[in-house]
Design a protein around this ligand. Structure first.
Ligand SMILES: CC(C)(COP(=O)(O)OP(=O)(O)OC[C@H]1O[C@@H](n2cnc3c(N)ncnc32)[C@H](O)[C@@H]1OP(=O)(O)O)[C@@H](O)C(=O)NCCC(=O)NCCS
Length: 149
């Protein structure tokens, strides 16, 4: 079922299915190459798979390109462990669309932790009206906790 459709972009958001697992993981690993401050990708992948067991997941899909983004959502605490958009599809509203669906699923403002060196993501969240929340993030992991509108 389509939860959100971007009329101009031709892509939609729906619940993640089993068949999406491989492309979602591939997208995740590709994006992680930009996170040179993070540890081994294999550990991040284990963390992602663990999150799959305790969250809802939504994917953004474009008919030709396939999976172009995904989000994981812990609905009990309205927390977003992962939000990743394929490089070629950034600045096209995909992140905003995935967050909109997650926000609607939770019915209240979302929170997430963003790595301090992740300047691009910090700018994106600022543009979308997110604010720094108190208490501020997990300082051991060099993150800032943000709360959405
Ligand atoms: C952060 C991320 C999810 C944003 O996704 P996106 O699809 O490019 O975001 P959108 O196109 O929906 O943009 C939403 C707003 O943020 C702005 N924005 C997005 N990236 C930006 C950047 N690098 N610098 C400044 N503004 C940015 C957009 O211009 C837009 O604002 P506007 O509506 O006022 O024009 C994406 O860059 C990404 O996947 N990065 C790698 C993974 C990551 O860092 N995830 C976040 C972990 S917490």
């Amino acid at each position: 079922m389509t939860l959100y459709h971007h009329p101009g972009g031709g892509w939609s958001v729906r619940l993640m299915r089993k068949m999406d697992l491989a492309p979602v993981q591939a997208l995740f690993l590709d994006c992680l190459k930009e996170f040179d401050w993070r540890g081994p990708a294999s550990e991040e992948l284990v963390r992602l798979r663990r999150t799959f067991l305790a969250s809802e997941q939504f994917v953004a899909v474009e008919p030709q390109a396939g999976i172009i983004g995904f989000i994981t959502v812990e609905e009990q605490n309205a927390y977003i462990p992962h939000l990743f958009v394929e490089k070629d599809w950034r600045f096209a509203g995909v992140g905003r669309g995935l967050l909109k669906v997650a926000r609607e699923a939770c019915g209240r403002p979302l929170t997430l932790d963003v790595d301090r060196p992740n300047v691009a993501a910090l700018k994106a969240y600022e543009a979308m009206g997110w604010k720094v929340s108190a208490p501020a993030g997990d300082t051991k992991r060099n993150q800032i906790r943000l709360v959405g509108p």
